[in-house]
Each structure stands twice: as structure tokens, then as C-alpha cells.
Design a binder for this molecule. Structure first.
Ligand SMILES: [Zn+2]
Length: 690
């Protein structure tokens, strides 16, 4: 049959190259399907039989282990098309058309090029000339069949996988912390240290609420976290490393730890450049989800809660209706306080950075994000106290056994830490023991090796020492020890929630957590010196409070306006001392709560610019007394001269001054007639010109 068809091969074809294209889809096929590969190489012999000279036969086999579904990564196929396009190829040899291309787009491109350059295509079945209509039809069909074949292959494989996944039987590489037992069931990792690490991680996230917080906890306590030496390789040895943020996130997001068996949690999407990326799907679009499938670290509900918490942490703006995590600051309403004007969540800031004693609640969104003004702000200490009192009033009578729980928690914490360290110690001791054994078995002649092994042994011993020291330190650490006496004290405290609330040892975080048990959120609206506080309870009922806000320090000690009124009233006829006496008699006190003195009243009059009519009034304040006498300053102003010039005139006897005693001020009785004369005298002195 071949001979009959070989008349399609002309001398032109024979003078050009014969290209034998060889490909196997996967490396496994390359290794296992040796027969098929041998058949493909045999095509070179066929080319020789058909008349091609040895030097004209080219074998392209660089695409071994690559799928024919796309030409993207197949450099061999690209080389082939280029050669064909240049007209260097007489015939392309392939075992079957599917070896050349599994995608129609690639196949037709090649076919078209072969048509233009009159290149033959030869497979096991025959010789095809793409310029011949019938041959072209057959080749087209073969290409389509080849692509369809790949499609059926893939869908059959995927269908099989999906089927066993639906039954929860499809096995895959498990993440650290889980493993298969002898019956192929998923169980917690039998390594107790690994198990404890995971349990601690989930527990800490529940307590702290942020992935970063968990990382901080691990690093502060010098704890390491297990991971595989080689990623994605089952039974790869486990190593302990520092815990990273990304690792915490991936563990929290993995439903396997919650006992759920899943399949199809993500889909692969191709972009225009044929690059693919994996896109995670929402839970309702997962192909398979079997809850309570295997042993787990957390429940499914815990898993959902963790995911929700991560969402809230990630995007506070988007989830602004949700409560933020309880933080360590003193402000009781942090995370649950809203603005009564614009409805936005209010933020917290503190008066002094170090002590954080003064708390402020402010609605700052417009200023910080939109360059507008601060909506409102107010001091928070009084509001916190009012809300705290309301909360305590609400739980009065409920004897909460919080303190006992606190002790348990503390002890538990210590226990967990000790357990973790003991596991670490066990492992370190094992490593040291193994290093010793290796050293012992080493031949003495092998000195270099022996030295390395000895160093390793020493290093391991050092690690053991360090961990032992850490354990001892933890054991003597008094912070974790509670004496019976202390225990009794705390038990007594537990009888009375208010005492726990006000206890200095209770942290702000604890108070906030307690508060959130009953209170949903609080809305604030400031009205000058008071704030309207609306408290929404978890039961959706609302309590309204009116809280007097703390005044500024200067406002707090300001003298009352009533006192000022009285001073104004008495000033023309009374001395400062008399006014002070009068005020004290009437029972008034100064802003600081003291009795009034002559000095006080004098200061107040000066400050409020209240003039007096009494000779005892200071000369520098009054220009003219009630009885018409002028002070030195008054005379100076009348004549338009300096004060010392008035004294000069008095000493010269030009004007007459009177004073009560040597140390009191002079007063001058000047009539209107005298004034004209005095002005004339002053003019003669020419003081004004200078
Ligand atoms: Zn606002």
C-alpha cells in the first residue's frame, strides 16, 4: 500500500528535510511507554525507506514530557512550524496526528503552512498531501478527533476524581498536622509536639483574634511551628521554624483542620496570554464538602467564625458595622462606639501618650479621609464610667465565677507552655542521642567525619541545655504561681463583679470583653458640656444616659459669675478688703474653693477691668476717683505728659498732691480753671515736643 502511495513523494520532497516529530505527554509516559517511543524513533527508518538520504532526516524530540494541548511551551513544535514555513521541509513524520497537536488552532496552523509549502504529512497510516482535497479532509478530521480525544480523556479522569472525592475517598497530600493512618483515614499527626503546636495556634487565635497577634505570641514565647522540609511532598520530614503571618492565615483558611473533606475549592482561569491562575471559590460553590469527615483540631463552626474574623480584620472600612477586636487601650467603648451625628464609627485617642489616662472619642473620618472637619469629639472618662456603672448595675446579683476561670486559664496557659517546651526538649534529646550514636559508630581513622559529628553532637547538647534552662525559668516564674491565699482572695472577688471590675489587676481588655457580653454598641452625641449616650443592649433594648463631660481645667476653677456681679456692685463704695470680707460672709468661695482675700479681689478687678471709687484703690488702675480727685496717671493723661513729669511738677510746687501716709499714692484735686493754667505751664516746658 505504501508503495502505491509513495508516488506523492517527488524529488523536490526528497531534496528537502524529513522531520520526525517525537513527543510523549508526560514524563511518566516517557519512562513507562518505551514501546511507543521506540515506534516513534522507527519513523526515521521509514523516512529512509521512502527515499530520504540519512543526512536529510531530522529528529525533533525536545518536547518529551509536554502535553500537546498547547504549543505554548513546546519549543520543538515551534521549531518545526518555523522550518515548514521557510520551505525547508519535504515531509513531517509523526506516529499519529495527535502527536503533532491536540489543539485545533495549532493543528490548522501547521496544515495551512504545509499547504503553502507543499509539505507532506506522513503518519503510520499513510502519506498525505495537504494540497489534495481528500487528504486535507482526512487530516482535518484527524485533528478534530485528536482534540476530542484529549477532551474525553480529561473529562473521564476528572469525573473519576470527582466521583471518589464525593465519597471522600480521593487521597491527596495532607498538610502538616494531619496524616493518614494504616486504614487510610485522616487523623491528627501522631507527633504530640506537632499536634500541640496546632492546638495552641487555634486557641490563641480564638483569644487574640488576629493572625499577627498569634505570630507575636509564638515569637515572644520563643515557640516554633512545624512545617515540611519539602513543600507538597507527603511523608517529607518535619522541621520546626518560626511561625509566619502567611502560615497562620493558610492554616486558618484550610477546612481540613476543621474535619471537613473538600474538593474543588478553587478553579483555574486562563487569561489572554494563556497563563493560568487559581481563584478561590466561596464555600457554597465548592464541588464537594463533607463535614465531620475526619478527626479535627476545631469544629466547623469554629472554622466559619475564624474566616469571618479574618474578613473583619482585613477590611475594617467594608465591615464597619462589625465590632473590631478588643484591643489593649483603656477606652472601654473602643470598637463599639458610633457617632450620634453622622453615624460613623468613632475612634479612640488618648490624652497623654505614656499614661493614657485621658480618653477621647472622636468622629474623625471626614477630617482624615476627606480633608473635612472633625465631626465631634469629647472626653471619654466620664462616659466610660457611666456606661461601666450601668453595666455593673445590670449584672448585679449575678454571681459570676470569673476569677476561678481566670485562675484556671492562667494555670492552663502555664501547662500548655510547659508541655510545648517538654516536647521540644524530648526532640532535642533524641537528636543529641542520635548524634552521639553516629559519633560512636564512626571509625577513628575517619577523623574529619568524626570531628563534624562531634560538633553536631555538641550543638545538640547545647540546644538541650537551653531548653532545660527555659523550662526551669518557667517553673520558678512567680507570675504563674497562685498561692492558696491568693486563690481565696480571688474567690472572694468573684462573689462581687464590681470589685473585679474596679480591681487594678483586671486589664482593660478583660473589662471590654465583659462589657461586650451584654452591650452591643453605644452612640454618642455631644451637646456643649454634656453628652447624650445611647446604649444598645444585646437584647436590642436601648438605654439613654446624659453624662456631664469633664470641664477644662481653667473652666473648672473659674470664679462664678455671681461673685463677679457682687464685686461690680460693691467696687465704687468699698475697698478690696471690704469686698473680700463681704463675699466671705455671704459664703462664697474662690474657684479653687478658698476664702476670698484682698489680693484675690484686687486680681479679679484688674482682670475684669472693674474700676473702684475708693482712695485705697491702686493708683495705676483709676484715673479719677469718685470724689473727683485725679491719680498721678490721671493727671499725666490730662496734661499729656509722663508720670515722672507729674512728680517733677509736684516737687516744684506747681501742682499740689495729697497722700495719706508716706507709702501711699498721691491724689490731686485739680479744677477746670487750674487745668488751663497747668496746660500753659507744661507747654512752656516744651516736654511734648521731645
Ligand atoms: Zn460623626
Amino acid at each position: 500500500m505504501m508503495n502505491n502511495l509513495s508516488d506523492k513523494i517527488t524529488l523536490t520532497h526528497l531534496n528537502k528535510h524529513a522531520v520526525v516529530y517525537i513527543r510523549q505527554s508526560t514524563l511518566r509516559q516517557v519512562l513507562e511507554h518505551k514501546e511507543s517511543t521506540a515506534r516513534q524513533y522507527n519513523l526515521a527508518k521509514k523516512a529512509r525507506d521512502l527515499g530520504w538520504a540519512n543526512e536529510n532526516i531530522e529528529i525533533i524530540d525536545e518536547d518529551q514530557g509536554l502535553s500537546g494541548s498547547s504549543s505554548e511551551k513546546r519549543s520543538g513544535f515551534k521549531h518545526l512550524t518555523a522550518e515548514v514555513a521557510l520551505g525547508n521541509v519535504g515531509a513531517v513524520f509523526g506516529l499519529e496526528v495527535s502527536r503533532l497537536a491536540r489543539a485545533c488552532s495549532d493543528w490548522y496552523k501547521l496544515l495551512e503552512l504545509c499547504t503553502f509549502t507543499s509539505t507532506l504529512i506522513i503518519d503510520e497510516d499513510g502519506i498525505y498531501d495537504p494540497n489534495n482535497f481528500n487528504d486535507r479532509l482526512v487530516l482535518g478530521l484527524k485533528g478534530t478527533m485528536s482534540e476530542a480525544e484529549l477532551h474525553f480523556l480529561k473529562s473521564r479522569m476528572y469525573g473519576g476524581k470527582l466521583n471518589s472525592a464525593r465519597k471522600g475517598e480521593l487521597r491527596f497530600c495532607l498538610p502538616v498536622g494531619l496524616s493518614y493512618d494504616s486504614d487510610k483515614h485522616i487523623v491528627l499527626d501522631p507527633d504530640q509536639q506537632v499536634q500541640d503546636s496546632f492546638k495552641l495556634l487555634f486557641k490563641k487565635f480564638k483569644q487574640i483574634g488576629t493572625a499577627r497577634g498569634v505570630v507575636r505570641y509564638f515569637s515572644e514565647h520563643n515557640l516554633q511551628f512545624p512545617s515540611r522540609e519539602e513543600n507538597g511532598v507527603m511523608n517529607s520530614p518535619i522541621k520546626f521554624h518560626d511561625l509566619t503571618h502567611g502560615r497562620v492565615l493558610s492554616i486558618l483558611k484550610n477546612p481540613l483542620y476543621a474535619g471537613a473533606y473538600t474538593f474543588g475549592r478553587s478553579v483555574v482561569e486562563h487569561d489572554i496570554h494563556n497563563k493560568h491562575k487559581t481563584k478561590a471559590q466561596s464555600i457554597d460553590r465548592w464541588k464537594v464538602l463533607i463535614k465531620d469527615h475526619h478527626q479535627s483540631y476545631i469544629t466547623w463552626d469554629d472554622y466559619i467564625r475564624n474566616i469571618e474574623q479574618l474578613k473583619i480584620n482585613r477590611n475594617k472600612r467594608k465591615y464597619k458595622d462589625q465590632h473590631g477586636v478588643v484591643r489593649e487601650g483603656k477606652a472601654l467603648l473602643q470598637g463599639i462606639v458610633y457617632c450620634g451625628i453622622c453615624g460613623r464609627k468613632m475612634t479612640v485617642c488618648y490624652g497623654s501618650w505614656k499614661e493614657r489616662k485621658r480618653i477621647y472619642y472622636l468622629c474623625d473620618f471626614e477630617r482624615s479621609k476627606l480633608c473635612g472637619k472633625t465631626c465631634q469629639y469629647m472626653k471619654g472618662n466620664e462616659i466610660d464610667k457611666a456606661v461601666g456603672d450601668l453595666f455593673l448595675g445590670a449584672v448585679q446579683g449575678n454571681k459570676l465565677n470569673i476569677a476561678i476561670k481566670a485562675i484556671e486559664k492562667l494555670n492552663e496557659e502555664k501547662k500548655t507552655l510547659l508541655e510545648q517546651l517538654n516536647r521540644k526538649l524530648e526532640r532535642a534529646r533524641y537528636n543529641a542521642e542520635r548524634a552521639k550514636r553516629q559519633y560512636d559508630t564512626c571509625e577513628p581513622e575517619n577523623r574529619l567525619v568524626a570531628r563534624t559529628l562531634e560538633t553536631q553532637w555538641n550543638q545538640n547538647l547545647e540546644i538541650v541545655d537551653a531548653i532545660e534552662a527555659e523550662i526551669n525559668e518557667l517553673k520558678v516564674n512567680k507570675a504563674f504561681q497562685i498561692t492558696d491565699k491568693q486563690k481565696k482572695q480571688i474567690e472572694q472577688l468573684a462573689m462581687d463583679l464590681p470589685r473585679i471590675w474596679y480591681n487594678k489587676k483586671t486589664t482593660s481588655t478583660d473589662r471590654k470583653r465583659l462589657l461586650r457580653v451584654l452591650i452591643s454598641d453605644v452612640t454618642l452625641k455631644r451637646n456643649d458640656t454634656t453628652a447624650k449616650v445611647a446604649i444598645r443592649w444585646k437584647t436590642s433594648t436601648i438605654t439613654n444616659l446624659k453624662v456631664r463631660l469633664a470641664q477644662k481645667e481653667c473652666d473648672r476653677i473659674r470664679t462664678s459669675s455671681k461673685v463677679i456681679e457682687i464685686i461690680k456692685e460693691l467696687a465704687p463704695t468699698h475697698t478690696d478688703a471690704q469686698i473680700a470680707e463681704e463675699l466671705n460672709e455671704r459664703g462664697f468661695v474662690s474657684g479653687k474653693g478658698n476664702k476670698f482675700t484682698k489680693k484675690n479681689v484686687n486680681w479679679l478687678r484688674n482682670d475684669r477691668k472693674i474700676s473702684g471709687g475708693c482712695p485705697e484703690f491702686p493708683y495705676n488702675l483709676n484715673l479719677q476717683r469718685g470724689d473727683g480727685m485725679y491719680s498721678t496717671r490721671g493727671v499725666a493723661q490730662l496734661l499729656g505728659i509722663k508720670i515722672h513729669q507729674v512728680h517733677y511738677l509736684r516737687e516744684k510746687g506747681i501742682i499740689v498732691g495729697q497722700h495719706k501716709s508716706k507709702n501711699t499714692a498721691y491724689w490731686y484735686d485739680i479744677t477746670n480753671e487750674e487745668l488751663e493754667g497747668l496746660r500753659e505751664i507744661v507747654r512752656r516746658y516744651k516736654w511734648r515736643d521731645k
